[in-house]
Design a protein around this ligand. Structure first.
Ligand code: ATR
Length: 278
């Protein structure tokens, strides 16, 4: 049996085992994917033990996406660029780190909304780890990126992601008047912050008065499935997408890295939506 798992802390609420095991079952693959709660002091040991036990790979979640970097022997170019790893492959004696978060975000928008980011004007709200992965891939897809964030300095830190050939991102202070000046030319608005998650369910990361009917509005939050941000966007005529797609597609892109092919995507979607309903 092939062994895989996700390491993080906390880990009990991760939907990864559910998604991956549902796909293995559908394909009758002899694989077991487990959630592994890791104390930070044991991070290195856990990775080396997984290698010694013959694990195929691991996923990595909060708070270890940057912390695993010292224990890896190699990084893919995208992981190197975003300095973050959510997928590990054990190959011979190598421990290779990859990041599928941004790739999963793009794949979800392409598949659910038929969205091509090339030359699109895209406003990214937030400048944390998720924003970093998403901005890197938006730039790769030749989008003109605008970044706004509560802490302006963090937004400015993302500017270095652009290479010489790419359109430089533009930083806008998280201020209604400043955003309103640019908003009509924006095609896509993406929330990458945690505002709207669980208990903060009645807040939005930017004022809903900024939404225009031509905007495509994406939230990477999947619980709740429809945040107030998306509800407000929908009520103003915008096309919307929630975070389930990114969750599923980042997992699918991990399969591509481990085995070179995609899992049954619909099975993964069903597993996630069924569990979120209960
Ligand atoms: P992740 O890896 O999930 O992106 P993170 O790196 O902690 O998590 O980033 C969280 C993002 O949500 C940041 O952009 C953060 O803004 P700051 O950089 O100013 O901290 C944003 N965020 C979290 N809570 C927020 C709030 N109440 N209002 C506005 N932005 C918030």
């Amino acid at each position: 049996m092939e062994l895989l798992g996700v390491i993080g802390n906390p880990i009990a609420h991760s939907l990864s085992p559910l998604m991956h095991n549902a796909a293995f079952k559908a394909l009758k693959r002899d694989c077991n994917y487990q959630s592994i709660l890791v104390e930070e002091a044991k991070l290195k040991d856990v990775i080396y033990q997984a290698q010694a036990r013959g694990f195929t790979g691991l996923n990595v979640t909060i708070p270890f996406k940057e912390k695993v970097l010292p224990y890896l022997t190699d990084l893919t170019p995208v992981a190197k660029q975003v300095e973050s790893v959510n997928t590990i492959l054990f190959h011979d004696q190598e421990i290779i780190g990859h990041s599928t978060d941004g790739l999963g975000f793009i794949a979800a928008a392409e598949s659910e909304l038929a969205l091509d980011f090339n030359q699109k004007q895209v406003l990214v709200v937030g400048a944390g780890g998720s924003a970093r992965s998403i901005v890197a891939q938006l730039l790769e897809n030749q989008a003109q990126v605008y970044i706004t964030n509560r802490t302006l300095k963090r937004a400015e830190n993302l500017l270095s992601l652009a290479t010489k050939q790419q359109l430089k991102p533009i930083v806008i202070p998280l201020d209604y008047r400043e955003l309103a000046q640019q908003i009509d030319k924006i095609d896509v608005i993406i929330n990458t912050t945690s505002v709207g998650m669980d208990c903060s369910g009645n807040a939005t990361p930017v004022s809903p008065a900024l939404f225009r009917p031509h905007h495509i509005v994406i939230d990477i939050i999947y619980n709740p499935q429809e945040t107030l941000f998306l509800k407000e966007a929908k009520s103003r005529g915008c096309k919307t997408q929630n975070g389930i797609g990114m969750l599923v597609w980042q997992a699918a892109k991990a399969w591509e890295f481990w085995w070179g092919y995609l899992p049954p995507i619909d099975i993964m979607y069903q597993a996630v939506t069924a569990s979120l309903k209960t």
